[in-house]
Design a protein around this ligand. Structure first.
Ligand SMILES: [Zn+2]
Ligand SMILES: [Zn+2]
Length: 186
């Protein structure tokens, strides 16, 4: 993950209480981090989490808020994607332990990610990236009733019907007649 500072939190800063951390999710960062998926993050997206220590571990809870743009699955136009999603991560002091039984009872709701930390910083970049990718619907739509494109000429049917949609399927006998009529008479 590229710029590690982007979403890193110093553990020393958390202290004994709760630390509120707010970071913008820059469109340029997202463009780099999400280069494998069709999602552009619009300006104004941000991460807001509360961090607190529990023993050698750190709990990070909060949300991502923002709007993204993806390609409409029907007309290839612009589909707006709500990026709002919850973040819930336990950074464990010991990666080994994270895979063992000790922390399993902390996974009460089964929705908490468990990641290692190095005792100095928490890196949330991977979590942010993952949550943004999960926010993309299977088939983004520019609008619920998007009519898509004509499968014959590619016309955007949201802008009205094309010749292929307006006409019924041509009768093959009629087509033959038309081609006969088109020929020069002998
Ligand atoms: Zn569409
Ligand atoms: Zn058409």
């Amino acid at each position: 993950m590229k710029p590690i500072e982007e979403f890193s939190i110093s553990i020393a800063e958390i202290g004994d209480g709760e630390l509120l951390v707010e970071r913008p999710i820059r469109p340029a960062w997202a463009a780099e981090a999400l280069d494998e998926v069709e999602l552009a993050v619009e300006a104004g997206a941000h991460l807001a989490v509360r961090c607190y220590r529990t023993g050698g571990d750190v709990v990070v809870r909060g949300r991502i808020e923002g709007v993204g743009k993806a390609e409409c699955g029907r007309c290839l136009g612009e589909a707006h994607v709500d990026l709002g999603t919850d973040i819930h991560v336990l950074f464990s002091a010991n990666a080994q332990r994270a895979n063992g039984d000790d922390v399993s009872d902390l996974e009460g709701d089964g929705e908490m990610d468990i990641l290692p930390h190095d005792g100095v910083v928490l890196d949330l970049a991977g979590v942010v990236r993952e949550q943004l990718i999960l926010a993309i619907p299977m088939r983004p739509l520019c609008r619920e009733d998007c009519k898509g494109l004509c499968d014959q000429c590619g016309h955007d049917l949201n802008q009205g019907p094309c010749a292929h949609q307006a006409e019924p399927k041509p009768d093959p006998r009629l087509a033959k007649l038309v081609s006969l009529r088109g020929k020069p008479s002998a």
